[in-house]
Design a protein around this ligand. Structure first.
Ligand SMILES: Nc1ncnc2c1ncn2[C@@H]1O[C@H](COP(=O)(O)OP(=O)(O)OP(=O)(O)O)[C@@H](O)[C@H]1O
Ligand SMILES: [Mg+2]
Length: 249
């Protein structure tokens, strides 16, 4: 469902995404990990057609994103790292707006919008302006809105940031249920527990390059002595070399 070939993105001299080739299968939950500035958000922006690659190819559900960008976008949904909403729309209006953009029929919107708002506990707020929503409520609204058109592929950039434990659990359960129904999920996250529990495969990047790509179990086996993904991650991406600097405290 997602295939990249030697994908590279440069910003001037900086190579943010460096020659990345990956394939993600239908129904797979793929975690994209890496330190701050590793190139995760840049990668998602390339996959969603928001940035043009410097070189390399991207196919989304078989559509070349350079040649058939609208078809690729129609089958996918994107939750960015900042909840992107219009403050002077109500939650309900925002859902209708997103539904219209994705060509969801008015009949379908009439049933699906109330269902999704209820699932994300936003029904009581549906007629309030989004500017009055908390960060977590905006995040839930965005997640609800990308599910309206039943995308086959979801791109999620830190989708759980700012969610309370109950909402985070709900969102994780939603993602799990969607993947069981065949939705492919590509998720950038810093929350290693999510990668460990929710994802089938983990790709760790550092300075734009893949440094590890394995099933969670495979990664643990590689570093059997470490036991959990946090230690594995720290070892692969440079560990706790700041520890010397703690003396400045
Ligand atoms: N529009 C841009 N112009 C110039 N440099 C950019 C731009 N966007 C990203 N970069 C650079 O590309 C690199 C990768 O950034 P990116 O946002 O993809 O990292 P990230 O892995 O998502 O980090 P984080 O974990 O902090 O979200 C960084 O060095 C960043 O400064
Ligand atoms: Mg990022």
């Amino acid at each position: 469902m997602i295939k990249t070939g030697n994908l590279t993105k440069k910003f001037g001299k900086l190579i943010a995404v460096d020659n990345i080739s990956i394939e993600v299968a239908q129904g797979e939950v793929f975690a994209f990990l890496g330190p701050n500035g590793a190139g995760k958000t840049t990668m998602v922006k390339l996959l969603t057609g928001l940035l043009l690659p410097t070189s390399g190819s991207i196919a989304i559900a078989g559509y070349d994103i350079a040649k058939e960008p609208l078809k690729a976008k129609a089958v996918s949904g994107y939750v960015s790292d900042q909840p992107f909403v219009y403050p002077y729309l109500t939650g309900f209006e925002f859902m209708r707006f997103v539904g219209d953009i994705y060509g969801v029929s008015p009949e379908m919107q009439r049933t699906r919008i109330p269902e999704l708002l209820e699932m994300f506990e936003l029904t009581g707020w549906q007629d309030a302006l989004i500017e009055s929503y908390s960060h977590g409520m905006k995040q839930k609204l965005v997640i609800a809105s990308v599910l309206l058109h039943k995308p086959r592929i979801l791109f999620l950039d830190e989708p759980l940031v700012g969610l309370d434990p109950k909402s985070a659990r709900l969102v994780k359960d939603v993602f799990r249920a969607l993947s069981k129904r065949g939705t492919t999920i590509f998720m950038c996250t810093h929350v290693l527990e999510i990668a460990e529990r929710l994802c089938d495969r983990v790709c760790i990047i550092d300075k734009g390059r893949i440094v590890a790509m394995e099933s969670v179990e495979g990664l643990k086996k590689l570093h059997a002595s470490r036991g959990n993904l946090e230690e594995v991650f720290l070892e692969i991406t440079g560990g706790t070399e700041y520890s010397e600097m703690l003396k400045y405290l």
